[in-house]
Design a protein around this ligand. Structure first.
Ligand code: SF4
Length: 152
């Protein structure tokens, strides 16, 4: 699994300073995708060693978010487990699938976004969106907090 770039972002996860890692090789291929540069399997291999370096370079972020990786949810789960075991930052995953992959172990995650981009329904910040954003609660139930992205 490879990544193309990383960015510190403020809007992707509510109340967190997030290091967003854009993972390539996206198999979802949503119509109207604004990130088609992520469809091909390009970039640098994402390993625990690379994650460690990125966390050092971006010291102070409160969350790390894997943007994509639907071609290898087991790999995402392993990377998330590594972050949990080796840092204090929270872990998020933006998946383009409507259902959570069975390989995902909830204790490794704090936030999960599910759903493909649907042009007609709009992005996560639209009330009409088909996508759902969940916080993983202490008892591991998924709390739908999608409304946090909507303007009042
Ligand atoms: S999941 Fe994201 S990157 Fe993949 S096609 Fe859909 S919008 Fe594009």
């Amino acid at each position: 699994m490879k990544f193309v770039d990383v960015k510190e972002v403020f809007a992707e996860i509510p109340d967190e300073i997030t290091l967003a890692i854009s993972i390539s090789g996206c198999p979802i291929q949503c119509k109207g995708c604004h990130s088609q540069y992520l469809w091909e399997d390009v970039g640098q291999e994402l390993t625990p060693e690379v994650l460690s370096t990125l966390l050092d370079q971006h010291f102070g972020v409160s969350c790390i978010c894997f943007m994509g990786g639907d071609q290898d949810p087991a790999g995402i789960n392993l990377l998330a487990r590594w972050v949990k075991a080796n840092s204090k930052v929270k872990v998020a995953w933006y998946s383009g699938r409507g259902k959570l992959a069975t390989q995902i172990e909830l204790p490794n995650f704090d936030y999960l976004k599910l759903g493909p981009y649907d042009e007609a329904a709009g992005a996560l910040n639209m009330r009409t969106t088909n996508q759902r954003f969940y916080q993983v609660a202490d008892d591991l139930h998924l709390e739908d907090i999608t409304h946090r992205f909507w303007k009042l």
